[in-house]
Design a protein around this ligand. Structure first.
Ligand SMILES: NC(=O)c1ccc[n+]([C@@H]2O[C@H](COP(=O)([O-])OP(=O)(O)OC[C@H]3O[C@@H](n4cnc5c(N)ncnc54)[C@H](O)[C@@H]3O)[C@@H](O)[C@H]2O)c1
Length: 307
């Protein structure tokens, strides 16, 4: 049974995850190598708690979050360690090596990697049977779906334990049968992003219009009807005839689109640099996150039949 969870890395993902796990009754101890990240995590935890209240997620048992600046303190006695450090294999490998002697043989080590194959990460840990991919979606306290990925050496029991654990929290585990790069959520997202960037680049549509098209067209619908169910809704005959000519015309580039490399070269990275596809003056940035969280909460409550 999982009761004590260690979170390593308190950047974008860690605090929301910690708050959600505590709400599910877990004793969470969270660590970051950077003292500033630990300080930033405090208001993020409080904000995530407020959002969880709005979502109507009830508190199970007596969960809590404790922040620590000592790795040993975070992982000692943990049933589950969730590694949440930057998406760089060497940084993750260092963490696995460092915790080796601090955890028990039974402790499950999960990585929130967005797409590094778990089979590769397993090379950096002894007892690789206990390593598993646990890919949360951002913001982790709002999006209920979590991908579960086994590597070549992951034990079936490890996968089953994590799947059941996610279910016990009232969240939605999605099991991958193969350890493919990018897993499934990001493969689907990146297929979409490749096409929208290409359409903008070819001058077919303006960014604002494609955002309206996707959010209010397929996006809005997909929240209710998944893509495989959508095939049935449209009819396999329709998909067969349209895809027979359209697939040939869809973007299939293997490199990064020039639009993206140009933006990179110009330092237009998006919200973090104040400008990307759109402009983000400081007052807009301050509004954006709470506004988006509010809408995601409202949609989720409706989809769960709470409103
Ligand atoms: N941001 C997303 O939307 C998102 C979504 C799903 C999964 N992920 C994945 O989650 C992981 C973390 O992503 P993020 O966006 O939270 O990253 P981030 O860069 O925002 O935060 C990473 C944190 O790890 C800390 N850190 C670095 N080295 C460390 C070490 N050795 N020990 C402890 N802490 C260390 C950093 O100080 C930082 O606070 C990545 O693998 C990423 O791919 C991210």
């Amino acid at each position: 049974m999982i009761q004590r969870v260690a979170i390593i890395g308190l950047g974008t993902m860690g605090p929301g995850m910690a708050a959600r796990l505590a709400r599910g009754g877990m004793d969470v101890v969270a660590y970051d190598i950077a003292p500033a990240a630990i300080e930033r995590a405090r208001p993020m935890l409080a904000a995530a708690d407020g959002v969880l209240d709005n979502l109507g997620i009830e508190t199970k048992g007596t969960g809590s979050v404790r922040l620590t600046s000592e790795l040993q303190d975070a992982v000692a006695g943990a049933d589950l360690v969730i590694e949440n450090v930057p998406e760089k294999e060497d940084i993750k490998a260092d963490v696995y090596r460092n915790i080796e002697g601090m955890i028990s043989a039974e402790t499950i080590v999960a990585s929130d990697t967005s797409g590094i194959p778990i089979t590769r990460l397993q090379a950096h840990i002894s007892k690789p049977a206990r390593m598993v991919g646990m890919h949360w979606s951002n913001p982790p306290h709002i999006i209920p779906m979590i991908e579960v990925i086994g590597g070549e050496q992951t034990a079936p029991e490890t996968i089953a334990t994590i799947r059941d654990f996610i279910r016990s929290l009232g969240l939605l585990p999605v099991l991958l049968k193969k350890d493919v790069p990018g897993f499934v959520e990001n493969r689907v997202l990146y297929a979409l992003l490749r096409e929208v960037v290409d359409l903008v680049e070819r001058g077919v549509i303006e960014p604002e219009d494609i955002d309206t098209c996707v959010s209010w067209g397929i996006g809005y619908k997909l929240a209710v009807v998944g893509p495989m169910a959508l095939l049935d809704m449209a009819g396999m005959d329709i998909y067969h005839s349209v895809s027979s000519f359209l697939n040939k015309d869809l973007c299939d580039r293997k490199d990064v689109a020039p639009l993206v490399t140009r933006q990179m070269a110009d330092g237009k990275l998006g919200i973090k640099s104040g400008e990307g596809v759109y402009a983000y003056p400081p007052e807009k940035i301050a509004q954006l996150q709470p506004e988006r969280a509010k809408k995601l909460v409202a949609i989720r409550r409706i989809l769960e039949g709470k409103d």
